[in-house]
Design a protein around this ligand. Sequence first.
Ligand code: NDP
Ligand code: HSE
Length: 427
Amino acid sequence: VAVGIGVLGAGTVGGTLVRRLIEQGSVITARTGLELEVRRVAVRSLSKARPFSVPAGVLTDRPEDVISDPTVDLVVEVMGGREPAGTLVLAALAAGKPVVTANKELIASRGPELFAAAERAGVPLLFEAAVGGGIPIIRPLMETLAGEQIARVLGIVNGTTNYILTRMAEEGCPYGEALAEAQELGYAEADPSDDVNGTDAASKASILASLAFGTWVDPMQVYREGIEELQPADLVFAADLGYAVKLLAIAERLPGGVSARVHPALLPVEHPLAGVRGATNAVFIEGSSIGELVFSGPGAGGEPTAAAMLGDVIDAARELLAGSEVAPSVRFGPGEVIDFGEVVTRLYVRLEVEDRPGVLSRIASAFAEASVSICAVRQEGRGDRAMLIIVTHAAPEAQGRRAVESLRQLDVVQDVAAVLRVVGEGE
Ligand code: NDP
Ligand code: HSE
C-alpha cells in the first residue's frame, strides 16, 4: 500500500527531500517495504526551478490544498516560520494526518499545544531535524534517555554561526564574507539574523532543555546573545589562553529549577566541543548514570536535514500503516525556570586601560566589591592604551555583571571591550 506524502515547502530542505523521495523510492521500498509517493508539494512561486520534476498538478501555491487533498496521508512541513506553518500543522493533525517538521521555531514556540493536538488526533508529530540537522538527538532524548536524570546539555546547535566562527578563527575571514558563504551553502535561515543573534539556537535550547528535563522552557525564557558583537581579537586572545570560542546552547538542571541560555563561550581546547568545526553541530550530554555522551554530525544544509526528515517520514508511515494507537511520547511537568542572573558563570573580560600604578588594584576592587574572585590576569601592551584580560572564578552571573558595571564607571578603564563566559572548566 502506498502512503501519500504532502510537502509544505520545497526550498533547501524540502526540495532535497522531495528529490530523494522520488529518486530513491525503490531503494526505500526495498529497505522498508514502504511505498512513499509524493502527491502534493506547496511552494510560494510556481515558476521557480526545482531540483525535482513532478507531474502537473502536484505543485501548488495553495498550501491548504496539500492538507485537504484526500490522497495525502502524511504531511511534511518545511516552509519555516510560525505562520502559516502553525495553522497548517494543526489542520493536518486535526485531519488525522501525521506531521513531520524541521521547524524549530514553531516547535519551540508552540510545542505543548502541538503535542496535545497530535495526541488528541492519535497521530505522530515528529521533529528530529529541528535540532542538530542530520544528527539523531531528539529520538535519543525522548526514548533512549527517557529514564536518565540529565544534569546538563551543552550544544553547538547552529551550523551558520559555527561555520562563521571557524572561518574567522582559522583563516581570519571577515565576518560578512563568512556569513555570505554560509547562506550560499544553504545553512542559514531565510532571515540570517535569526542565526547570528542567537534566536535559532535559543529555539533549539528551548527544545533540548524541555526534552532533557521534562519542564517546558519557552524560548522567551532562554537568555540569548549572538555572535554579531564578537570581535576577531577575542578569538585570537582566547586561542592564546588555550580556549576556542563557540556559540553554545546550555541547558542545566539546578537546585531550584532549570536554566537555558545561548551565548558565545570560551571552551578549553581539550573539551569535546572545542574542535567542532564548520557547519558541524555537536551536543554534549551529562547524565547521572550514563556519564558523558557526545552526538555530532552535519548540523545544517539540505542533504543532512532531509536525511533526518526521511527517517521521520518512514517512522510515521510505519505507524500509519500499523493503524495502532499512538502512545503518548512526551510529557512536561511544572517546574521553575531560573533567571540567568542566578546562574553561576565565569567571565572573560577584556579592558582597555591606562598602564600606570594603581590601575590594577582599582580594577581588582571592582571585582572584590561584587564578590567575584579573579582567577587570572594578563596584560598586552603598555602605555596609554594597554589591554587587560581578566578571567574570573565562578560566581552568580548577576554579581559578574555588577562588577562589569563598576568597571565601566572607572576613569582608568577606557573601554570594556569584551565580556564573554568561560564554560567547561572550574564552574
Ligand atoms: P527555504 O527558505 O529554503 O524554503 C522554504 C520553502 O517554503 C520554499 O520552497 C518556499 O517557497 C516555501 N514557502 C514559504 N512560505 C510559503 C507559503 N506561505 N506558502 C507556500 N510555500 C511557502 O527554507 P529551508 O528549506 O532552509 O528551511 C525550511 C525549514 O527547515 C525551516 O523551518 C528551517 O528552520 C528548517 N531547517 C533548515 C535547515 C537548513 O539547513 N536549511 C536545517 C534544519 C532545519 P518558494 O521556494 O517558492 O520560495
Ligand atoms: N540555520 C540553521 C543553522 C539551520 O545554521 O544551524 C539548521 O537548523
